[in-house]
Design a protein around this ligand. Sequence first.
Ligand SMILES: [Zn+2]
Length: 588
Amino acid sequence: MRRATARGALALGLLGLLTLASSGSGATRRATVAGGPRAALVDQRAIYLEATPLAGEGLLAFTRRFTGATEAYREIARLNRNPRKLLAGVRYRIPYEVLAQDWKLGAIRALFPGDRASAQGWLHTGGGELASVAAWFTGSERNLPALRAANAAGPERGTPERPVRVPNELLLQVFRWVAPAPLPAPSEAAAGGAAATPGGAIVAPVALPFAADDPARLLDYAEDETGKHAVYRLRPGEALYSAVVVRFTGRIHAEDVNALAVEIAKRSGIADVTDIPVGYPVRIGFDLLLPEFLPAGDPARLAWEAERRVADQFKNEARARGLEGVTVILDAGHGGADVGASSAGVWESLYVYDVMLRVKRRLESSTLARVHATTRDGSSFEVVDRDVLPYSRGHQVLTTPPYRIGDSTIGVNLRWYLANSIFRQARAGGDEKVVFVSIHADSLHPSIRGATVYVPSAALTGGQYGKSGTVFSSRKEYREQPTVSFSQRERQRSEGLSRDLAGHLVSSFRGSDLAVHPYQPVRDRIFRGRRAWVPAVLRYNAVPAKVLLEVCNLANAADRKLLTQREFREKVAATVVEGLLAYFGQNG
Ligand SMILES: [Zn+2]
């Protein structure tokens, strides 16, 4: 971490004693830093953070929290007259020079709210001797001559009208221009860069570069010795798992969430992930961020935005009254020997099959859709009218001949061969209105509730694929077309239509007061560890509009309880049917 030089530390110590001795002389200005502590500017020369310890926090933990390491603890102790122990409610001073960069940025923002980064460097508006300005923003007074040179004939002190410019190459990382703000529309730029809102207020066009536009507005961006990262400050009631890991990294499986929480906590200097103070700056490496949370202009974010723009061109335009002429392929996840997720004796395979049956029954009784199921338990499609369902491993995939599910991978691959066969038949009969809905319940980090809808990412569904072996070649659907591959345009169209369908399903869930995933209910890939992929039942599926619906999280006790109630499963089924109707332009 950053270490003050021995000479610097001595000078700081002396300065600290002097300022304490002279405190109350009226030369101190204070401002509250986001997250609770205060920043103090003494005699226009020295900045301190003034912070209270957490319950039970000792000097070492306190030092680590604000400096990122423990080396500065003696210096902090000396500055505060060597307390025997830190007392709750008492503010202790930490010299600016040893602060972690995020807190430096926080203190500067609080004390000099007019300051901002720019492509030309940091623009400091708030006074202070040039030597101090050099120390605050570059880390050393030795950069004073270079700072003077950059401000030749400029002011000795910054003002809002004539800021002192600290060139990028001199700046500490945290003050550097990271991402250019999005360009204003040409007319606004021509008008001098200030945009009038409809209400007539003038909005300053220059955003702080560390705050990208939405949805990343929640984040600041910085760089430390580990690399570029986003900074999120926890709000009251938020936990690291859901508010940070699930939201910003997209990881939802318990092991991934836990592992990343540990990684992020370590990088952020957090010792106890269950006890993080409100406002604490949590650092998330760029390699972990979902692309939409990268700074505007970041290449990975631009690529993601471009992909979304292409996919969003494709929306379903087919309308179907009462779903007339629509073919719905319903797929219940797992089954047979493959019980899927299982939690407290609740097998995913049993309950999602029941939901599928209820969707099928509703479609057949209240719409004109043709319905195909990919699996069946026993010899008929019969809804068992019970809350807790009897155990069964009797599910088979309805290929010709059927496959009694013994191997989960074979079961999955036969489903898309079957779906593709049904799709070819429908298309041959002149019917293009085909949708595929696979119904699952997932097992995620227990903090997560509600439904998630997976769609196929166009970027992850390229290539040619086909299975081999007698279990496949003995089936009619396989022999019709053993391999699949899709053009880029087909994949983009499929992603777009599938997102459209997923959006209608999510709206329908929300409209029925059924829980959906709080942050990204529609996802185009599954993350596990550092890998990402599209589930096979979607990836090799030729039906253009296809989704995998996770109706709830079995690892969450409340969700699990709901799934074992037939009333909930019937409600989910009705909601799926409503979503299908809405996709075909039938809104209630
Ligand atoms: Zn599943």
